[in-house]
Ligand binder design. Structure first.
Ligand code: GRG
Length: 312
């Protein structure tokens, strides 16, 4: 982790993020036990492989921070935060499959299907989605009303299906190999991909946290807008990092998307303009937090800064 460069002097973001990651990692570890049944054990091992193999935990942190911002307790939002990370893990496994991006490395380690085989990887991704629903629904045992839990489940379902990840991935596949000339609405297409493929789950993370934490409709919507900007910014930065890394490490796997002709922000608008766009999204994200107690917004302000300044 690198510390955010500006704002929120006095707020120790690294300490905050490390603590939140600890709570999440423990809950994720408990959620998928190594059981005795050998048939189930294989899937659980594969689930644990992706779920517990590092990762920045940005989405669960967003969920916990949104919950606390609206006055909720961290512990109430832990199941929801785990659920969002399970969906993320499922999407990574699927994204890496030979029929999708066909990647052999993720987080510096062999991808799930390389270790467990394609058949088990597909089942693992399915099982992670089912477990996510189960986890989120279990929030009722933490005193969250069934109405709020149902609302949260609907948000998560929306972020996964044809209003979210699936739509983004389908649009990404459809755009592959298109030259920029061919694709007159390049930027629109790119925005569609990333609003769905990346921002939707970050948005769901924040909204689920705010719902579970007891936020008002207005608070929930403000956090939705903050997270949507942050999610899009996350992807713009990702694309820029891919280019900068690929020129630093020419010949290595970084920047594969660029070489393969995948649409990215730097391809559509250039590196400098992409950086400026990320800064603009950061300013917009911060504006959506105006109106919340200024003493309590530091984690989310710092998270946006961390995303815009991150190096990996
Ligand atoms: C039904 C769950 C489901 C998915 C089907 C395959 C697919 C549709 C969607 C792919 C979505 C995807 C992989 C988007 C990329 C999002 C992204 C920016 C990933 C990297 O996130 P980080 O940097 O990763 O937070 P870490 O490793 O830190 O967790």
């Amino acid at each position: 982790l690198t510390a955010p460069s500006s704002s929120d002097e006095g707020f120790d973001f690294i300490f905050y993020m490390t603590n939140k990651a600890k709570s999440i990692n423990k809950a994720l570890n408990d959620a998928v036990p190594l059981c005795n049944n050998p048939l189930v054990l294989k899937i659980h091992e594969a689930m644990r492989y992706t779920l517990l193999s590092g990762g920045k935990r940005v989405r669960p942190m967003l969920c916990l921070a949104a919950c606390e911002l609206v006055g909720g307790q961290e512990s109430t939002a832990v199941p929801g935060a785990c659920a969002v990370e399970m969906i993320h893990a499922s999407s990574l496994i699927q994204d890496d499959l030979p029929c999708m991006d066909d990647d052999s490395l993720r987080r510096g380690k062999p991808t799930n299907h390389k270790v467990f085989g394609e058949d088990i990887a597909v089942l693992t991704a399915d099982a992670l989605i089912a477990l996510a629903v189960k986890k989120l629904a279990s929030s009722t045992s933490f005193g969250v009303s069934p109405e709020r839990v149902l609302r949260a489940v609907l948000e998560m379902a929306k972020a996964v299906g044809t209003e979210g990840l699936v739509a983004g991935q389908a649009a990404d596949l459809a755009g592959e190999g298109m030259s920029l000339e061919e694709n007159e609405v390049g930027l629109k297409h790119l925005e569609f991909i990333h609003i769905h493929k990346t921002a939707a789950l970050l948005e769901a993370a924040a909204v689920i946290g705010a719902i579970i934490g007891g936020g008002s409709d207005e608070e929930i919507e403000r956090l939705r807008r903050y997270a949507r900007c942050t999610g899009l910014m996350f992807q713009v930065v990702d694309d820029v990092l891919d280019v900068t890394k690929s020129s630093e490490e020419l010949g290595k796997t970084a920047g594969k998307d660029l070489i393969a002709g995948k649409m990215t922000y730097p391809r559509v608008m250039g590196v400098e303009k992409s950086r400026e766009y990320a800064e603009k999204l950061n300013r917009e994200a911060r504006e959506h937090l105006q109106g919340f107690d200024s003493n309590k917004v530091a984690p989310l302000l710092s998270l946006a800064d961390y995303i815009v300044n991150r190096q990996n």
